[in-house]
Write a protein that binds this ligand. Structure first.
Ligand SMILES: Cc1cc2nc3c(=O)[nH]c(=O)nc-3n(C[C@H](O)[C@H](O)[C@H](O)COP(=O)(O)O)c2cc1C
Length: 358
């Protein structure tokens, strides 16, 4: 009899292997690819690996406090789910499974504008979840305003605006792979369109990104909703002041998992200067390349309020649906907890740059 316990996924990377075996290779390319040569995608993880942890002894860390307070809510872990488009590509339940898992794990989920289940249906199927809607600044302002108004009506807790994507990045692996959206998966928040240029999922709904957008346009968005606004994609600390001026409630340091500008620095390298510029005036989240509880600990030590996950959630969804995602989030939370204990940190507030090597 085969020992099944050996097959149980123990890490997020185990889920990556399971997902790769389960997913259509063309869809795998869509999920796994980065822009260009994938330099930024690799740099995200490599830079995290280069940072060391310097543990302290005998610090009374029997019950590390790891809750995250952000945007008026308290979450179980300083962790959340980044927006990823078209989740029904990897599991029939798609975003509904992810939202229910986020609720079970007590963490927020950012729903992509390009979700494959309508944003209202996700909210209805996961009433306990803290859902934040991601949007772009579309050329057609009415499209943007309408999407945000729908999120507000459906009980979403925040709006996340993707910055740093005035045009879609060039994903060479996707161009080679000739990916097309299957007939039964579509951008459910928009009307049906026929052709999809998959290097540019935005084209799938015939709405265009506004490459001419400036901070003034963000101030416009601030004026059309009561929800807190989060800016996703800040890398340069000089972008913090205009973000504050435009009325953002939080920012996320993100290079979008290396899918936009190849050659962009790793987010963990960008984080400290952005945290400095924010100077406690707004929470700073981070994503791109986080795979381990120790990675989360490093980001928190450098001043992040919380760490978000993109691809690992899709791996877990492909491998095990709702329970798979809930287990993955709990797994990462458990890793963080043990990492805090072994590093001698009884609470998140004890995590500072002193815990890390330079
Ligand atoms: C398949 C896929 C689809 C994505 N779709 C979106 C999206 O619709 N909007 C967005 O802002 N970011 C999108 N992203 C970027 C993620 O929000 C996130 O920044 C990135 O995946 C984090 O890096 P990680 O995958 O290394 O965790 C997508 C990423 C992937 C892998």
């Amino acid at each position: 009899v085969e020992d099944q316990t050996c097959r149980k996924p123990v890490t997020l990377d185990d889920l990556r292997s399971l997902a790769r075996a389960a997913i259509d290779p063309v869809v795998w390319e869509y999920i796994d690819c980065g822009a260009g040569d994938g330099r930024t995608q690799r740099a995200n993880e490599e830079h995290l690996d280069r940072i060391g942890i310097v543990p302290r002894c005998l610090r009374g860390a029997s019950a590390p406090a790891h809750a995250m307070a952000a945007l008026g809510h308290t979450f179980r872990y300083p962790v959340g789910i980044s927006p990823t488009a078209f989740q029904r590509l990897v599991h029939d339940d798609g975003e509904i499974a992810t939202a229910q898992a986020a609720a079970a794990a007590g963490v927020p989920m950012i729903v992509s504008a390009m979700s494959s289940v309508a944003l209202e249906d996700i909210a209805q199927a996961a009433p306990e979840a803290s859902l934040w809607l991601q949007t772009y600044l579309f050329k057609d302002r009415a499209t943007t305003a309408e999407l945000v108004a729908r999120a507000e009506r459906a009980g979403y807790a925040a709006v996340v605006v993707t910055l740093g994507c005035p045009v879609p990045g060039r994903r060479d692996r996707l161009i080679r792979g000739c990916f097309q959206l299957p007939d039964d998966v579509r951008a459910a928040n928009f009307g049906r369109r026929d052709r999809v240029d998959f290097n540019n999922p935005i084209h799938s709904v015939d709405v265009e990104l506004d490459a001419a957008a400036t901070w003034r346009d963000l101030a416009w968005l601030r004026g059309v909703t009561r929800l807190p606004l989060v800016g996703k994609g800040v890398i340069d600390p000089r972008d913090v002041a205009p973000a504050l001026e435009a009325g953002l409630s939080a920012i996320m340091v993100s290079n979008h998992g290396g899918r936009q500008l190849d050659g962009t620095i790793a987010t963990i390298a960008a984080l400290p200067a952005v945290v400095d510029a924010a100077a406690g005036r707004l929470p700073v989240f981070v994503d791109s390349g986080f795979r381990r509880g120790t990675d989360v600990l490093k980001a928190l030590a450098l001043g992040a309020t919380g760490v978000f996950l993109g691809r690992p959630v899709l791996w877990a969804l492909a491998a095990g649906g709702r329970d798979g995602v809930a287990d993955a989030l709990t797994m990462l939370g458990a890793e963080l907890r043990v990492a805090m204990q072994l590093a001698g940190c009884a609470s998140l507030s004890e995590l500072g740059p002193g815990v890390l090597t330079a």
